[in-house]
Design a protein around this ligand. Structure first.
Ligand code: TGC
Ligand code: FAD
Length: 392
């Protein structure tokens, strides 16, 4: 990839809404992405490999459990700091942000919120430092948007649980040390269990041939009569609301992350439009190109305001799940549309790995699908405003 010349747009002086700590955290993540992610990410995406050497750096910028208390190894930051870190990482690549999102919101969060003290002490510090990597198994081959239909199950065998079933499309699965797995007990109630690599009957085959999130490792989780110690059940919450509560946290991070991808594409297209000459003028002087840029910065600014306000509400403990759905849906859609416009602005160069735009575009096709599809989030908003359930 060409040299990373990224300059973040701040059209409405939104930096004035941030504290000094927010800016320090964001700038540290921004510099780290320029130094450690931008120079290598295109190669890793091309060869469909996650760059495991950046795990330590991700931990150092606080990307693993930004809001987890310091006593458990987390950074003890607020929700806006968490969002800003996700924005900066996804500015580099959505797949790298996925790894951080899963580790923080889908592995550390449920252990912290639903686990007991012994589980927190055993897992959280190692997850925060990157010594342990985790994954989150909710989706199954036949149950994606409708996780309540899951068939993965466990039976009480006296001194242990016996786990059977399969999960599909699991980020980080191929290299994860632990998996937070959602499964039904004999009465059909959903619980979270921590399954560790090495447990007999537990395998994590890699998913190949993705055109999207190529620098993120995706796989399956297969449970064939896995004996899970009873102390690995997360005791403090059960039911579908438990995994969905984790998704709220991850979706919030995605709402911020998508802004990063959009900012990167806008910044690239803006620079290119001033340098690329056609018909004796920079292409940025043509009205049609200016329309694209003007609409991009307008949409980015609106998305920034939505994310910031949601961060304030999350900090105050007032954000609803439906508000989070709206922000995830709007901001990912906004980013995907910007990647398509920006790619056109670069003409043929836009399809090459010399620029990040096409990689962002392909990545966002996953982001608009995972953590609840674009249409599922629309139905969540529809249900919220009408009180009428269109899911079933
Ligand atoms: P429903 O009857 O509406 O709800 C069941 C129970 O859950 C509660 N609830 C929530 N709790 C916390 N947070 C939320 N967001 C919640 N939404 C619902 C609800 O109050 C109820 O509680 P209770 O006590 O009454 O039982 O459930 P439903 O079966 O009708 O499904 C609703 C639906 C479709 C919205 C939901 O299932 C859904 O969100 N589907 C999308 C599935 C999804 O997002 N999967 C994501 C998998 S993980 C992933 O993609 C990781 S990608 C990671 C990366 O790489 O970044
Ligand atoms: P389906 O649920 O089969 O949906 C297919 C289509 O039908 C969609 O357009 C959907 O919007 C639509 N649809 C479904 N129900 C309705 C309805 N009621 N009304 C209208 N339309 C409907 N999952 C995990 O558990 N952990 C992970 O780490 C994880 N990582 C992922 C990484 C990647 C790269 C990808 C692609 C997915 C990942 N997922 C993960 C799974 C992801 O959450 C699911 O793909 C997603 O929830 C959609 O499920 P599905 O693919 O089975 O699609």
């Amino acid at each position: 990839m060409s040299q990373d010349l990224f300059q973040a747009p701040d059209y409405y002086q939104l930096d004035d809404l941030l504290t000094e700590e927010h800016k320090l955290v964001r700038d540290a993540a921004r510099e780290w992405v320029k130094r450690e992610v931008s120079p290598i990410i295109e190669d890793y995406a091309q060869k469909a490999e996650f760059p495991t050497q950046i795990i330590k750096g991700l931990a150092e910028i606080g990307a693993f459990g930004p809001y987890i208390p310091e006593e458990y190894g987390g950074a003890g930051l607020d929700q806006i700091s968490y969002g800003l870190i996700m924005q900066e990482i996804e500015r580099g690549d959505s797949g790298v942000r996925s790894t951080a999102s899963v580790q923080s919101s889908l592995v550390m969060y449920p252990i912290w919120k639903y686990g007991n003290e012994a589980q927190c002490q055993k897992y959280l510090p190692k997850l925060a430092s990157g010594e342990f990597m985790g994954c989150f198994g909710l989706t199954e081959p036949d149950h994606g948007s409708n996780p309540s239909g899951m068939v993965t199950n466990f039976k009480d065998k006296g001194d242990h649980y016996l786990l059977n079933g399969a999960k599909m499309w699991i980020s980080n699965a191929p290299f994860a040390d632990i998996a937070v797995v959602w499964a039904k007990d004999e009465s059909g109630r959903i619980h979270g269990l921590v399954v560790e690599r090495g447990m007999e009957g537990f395998t994590t085959p890699t998913t190949h041939n993705k055109w999207s999130l190529r620098a993120s490792a995706t796989g399956e989780l297969i449970f064939d009569n896995v004996k899970v110690p009873k102390e690995n059940l997360l005791p403090n919450k059960s039911g579908l609301g438990a995994p969905l509560g984790c998704l709220d946290s991850a979706r919030f991070g995605i709402a911020w992350g998508a802004i990063g991808a959009a900012m990167d594409c806008y910044d690239t297209a803006l620079r290119y439009s001033k340098e690329r000459m056609q018909f004796g003028k920079p292409i940025g002087a043509f009205q049609l190109q200016q329309k694209k840029l003007a609409e991009m910065i307008t949409e980015i600014t609106k998305a920034q305001l939505l994310a910031w306000r949601l961060g304030v509400l999350r900090n105050e403990g007032k954000a609803t799940s439906a508000q989070i759905s709206m922000a995830k849906r709007n901001n990912v859609d906004m980013a995907l549309k910007i990647t398509r416009e920006a790619r056109q602005m670069l003409g043929g160069m836009g399809i090459t790995g010399e620029y990040s735009i096409m990689r962002h575009m392909m990545n966002l096709e996953s982001v608009i699908t995972y953590e609840g599809t674009h249409d599922i989030h629309l139905l969540i908003t529809g249900l919220d405003v009408t009180g009428l359930n269109a899911f079933k």
